[in-house]
Design a protein. Sequence first.
Length: 587
Amino acid sequence: LSISAFGQVDSTAVVDQEGPVHNFGRPNKAQVDSILRANITKAEEAAKFGKLVIQDLDGRMKPINTYASELLRKLTKYDSYDGHNADQIFLSMNESPFLWYNVPVIYLRSKKADSIRRIIGVSNEDKYATLADFFTNNGRYKLAPYLEEAYKAQVPNAFQKEFKETDQRVNLLYNTIDGRALKLFPVPGDENNLWISPKEYREGNYKFEDSLYGNFINTGFTAYLVNLNQAKVTGDYSKADELLAAIKKTQQNLGGDVMIPEEKIETEVLYNKYDIFKKLFSWYMYAGTLMFIFLIVQIFKERSRAINGLVNLFKWIIVGLFAVHTAGLVVRWYVSGHAPWSDAYESMIYVAWATMLFGLLFGRKSQLTIAATAFVTSMILMIAHWNWMDPSIANLQPVLNSYWLMIHVAVIVGSYGPFTLGMILGVVSLILMILTNKKNRKKMNLNIKELTVVNEMSLTVGLVMLTIGNFLGGMWANESWGRYWGWDPKETWALISIIIYAFVVHMRLIPGLRGRWLFNLMAILAFGSIMMTYFGVNFYLAGLHSYASGDQIVSLKFIGISLGIIALLGLLSKRKYNLFYQKSGKE
């Protein structure tokens, strides 16, 4: 398990074929802790390694820290392992690859992966599997018989999807400990700006050398690992640091044109460290919920200076969180080099930002609006960090590499913000109707009127943005696909949403459909068309916008439960509405 093992892994086979497996037995938790403590490099030294630049499989140049963070998150679903950060784990995988054949680090889901557990022979209680678990003693890949059917399925079922995801984790770990993921050195003159790992350099019969360090590409990284191993004993990391500097110098000599500027490397490492959008979920949740509670107390009891002061305090905390949210988007834009709304994860954090923006704009005189918006913003950010969304920064898909990404997507996805705000204000209004009694009727009526006015403003702004965004989308479609309109599912559902919200906004002009109860209920139900436009088209339907077709994330059971809750909310609020507002003339 020592450093001498580096580079000795037999990589003549790929993991979806037959190949060698070095199985020293599955270690228990105590053994893993003991081995890692002796093997892991201390955090400050691993952080220096994490600032080296590599090229990922998609061709993006990034710090090792970013690649290591993404790798660990995909393998384990966590940002650290056994108390060690991503830089330390990734460095250990390259330093002692044999060790990581037998460390349980590949995540298995609780129920869907039971069949995988039976196939690879691990206990149902095991949350993680080792790489060696996936191979027989003669090197046969245990999942191989099931993968062809899974990858061929146009709409994979839950088990096929789990087999594919597990296979991807296995391949990811295998390529990492095999040394192929460490694409440290550029190939001079390559038209695709290809970077390769030291192992690929040795196997590919490349002839180029570094003019300053000679055959350093072949031996430099191995020398760094050897000196790093010695430094763990002596405590002197100076030689290892010199070799890191030499690797960086070689990168500059051979590929300076595509190297990331030092300040961008530092910024991306800080972005990874603070993971601000993940933290904002809980911060928005706490601030919005507490502010909402204090506002409800204000309604039921006489206002007091203490309660008023707390409400204002949380209001400014939410404003501060929005400023941090904005800064996070700016930093992601700078790091990625493109507008931060190009994939599912980025569009979610952008919708959360737009929702909070319109909540603050429309809530200048409505404290309930700000509190409710902060809560729903936290929910959007929570969904963005569920396992099915990948927060990794990636290169743009070719179809998105256009200035229209800045214009069309910003407007049409931004419209989801006021629609989301309208939905949550509709929910809050119906809840206030349910809480109405004879004593608080006047206060409740005032708050419901206030929320309904803000709701109408939100839906109107959202409708205007969605309509403009749809026209802009037609112009982009003409440039990309040679036609303005083609009844693609995304286009069709955007049009359906426009028609639905146009009806809701104009309901006040129809005598039989006037009323705050019906308007707020329809603001909730109409949001279903936005959910279909945003999620349903991408994940359920086949079309030019269906970049994740087959990954069905919302079940019919979930939809049914949601409609049941809305129906219950509508019935309970309708009863109080008829009792205290409609019949009493408060409408």
